[in-house]
Design a protein around this ligand. Structure first.
Ligand code: MG
Length: 159
């Protein structure tokens, strides 16, 4: 078994679509980034890479590379999952915490769970999504950013 953890944070700005866990969220602002700014998937990718000692998302998908401009984070995650499979591992379970003062993410929890389970070749029962506010504190509390933590366990296939 291999454990991995990841964190990410993106600015919340006008004129962007809000995508989290590959799911479009209804909100007048969205996450700023070279890609679609999906902080949850970026934290997840870093946890996957971390578990297998494969550096980080910035090394694999540098924001200096025009090929990755506006790229869907689901596409990045699929690419990383291919690599995880190639190395003989599968996802055992994933636990996440999203930090967002707004919008309320409760109504999207199951949709995000299903979206991630599909890409991770897992059951929804293996993916846990939690959402918290920052009680009005700091940039997240002031609705200027959204962040996410992810911890996961990889298991060697056939064991
Ligand atoms: Mg990011």
């Amino acid at each position: 078994m291999k454990v991995g953890m990841g964190f990410d944070i993106h600015k919340l700005v006008k004129g962007r679509r809000f995508i989290l866990g590959g799911v479009p969220i209804q909100y007048p602002k969205g996450l700023l980034g070279h890609s679609d700014g999906d902080a949850l998937i970026h934290a997840l990718i870093d946890a996957l890479l971390g578990a297998l000692g494969m550096a980080d998302i910035g090394e694999l998908f540098p924001d200096s590379d025009g090929r990755f401009r506006g790229i869907s984070s689901v596409v990045m995650l699929r690419q990383v999952m291919k690599e995880i499979s190639r190395k003989g591992y599968r996802v055992q379970n994933v636990d996440t915490v999203i930090f967002a003062e707004a919008p309320k993410l409760g109504p999207y929890r199951q949709t995000i769970q299903k979206s991630l389970a599909r890409v991770l070749h897992s059951r929804t029962s293996q993916i846990n999504i939690k959402a918290k506010t920052m009680e009005g504190m700091g940039p997240i509390g002031q609705k200027k950013a959204v962040g996410a933590y992810c911890v996961l366990l990889l298991k060697r296939r056939g064991k």
